[in-house]
Design a binder for this molecule. Structure first.
Ligand code: ZN
Length: 98
């Protein structure tokens, strides 16, 4: 090293403080990104909850409508009266699909 010791020390100090600044900037930006992601996640969670609530209400309405079932006299399973589906038994009274 031909350079005087104090110059290299000052240079290193400068680089060190710059690194520190960069570190702070990275930490702050990371914190912002994390907050941003959390906000997105919270929004998604709220959306999901609302959707599931709506879906649950719809399902219960469907279930109330689905009480309109008939029982198969052969296999003893409940099938929707609107769209009765046949079981694998050949003597099933319901025609089924196909
Ligand atoms: Zn049947």
């Amino acid at each position: 090293m031909t350079r005087p010791h104090w110059t290299s020390f000052r240079l290193q100090h400068k680089i060190g403080s710059m690194k520190f600044l960069v570190f702070i900037v990275i930490v702050v930006s990371l914190w912002y990104v994390m907050r941003w992601f959390q906000q997105i996640e919270t929004g998604r969670e709220l959306h999901r909850r609302r959707m599931s609530e709506r879906r649950g209400a719809g399902a219960s309405q469907k279930a109330m409508r689905a009480t309109d079932t008939v029982i198969c006299s052969r296999c003893g399973t409940y099938v929707p009266a609107e769209f009765p589906t046949a079981c694998s038994r050949a003597d099933c009274p319901f025609p089924g699909v196909g």
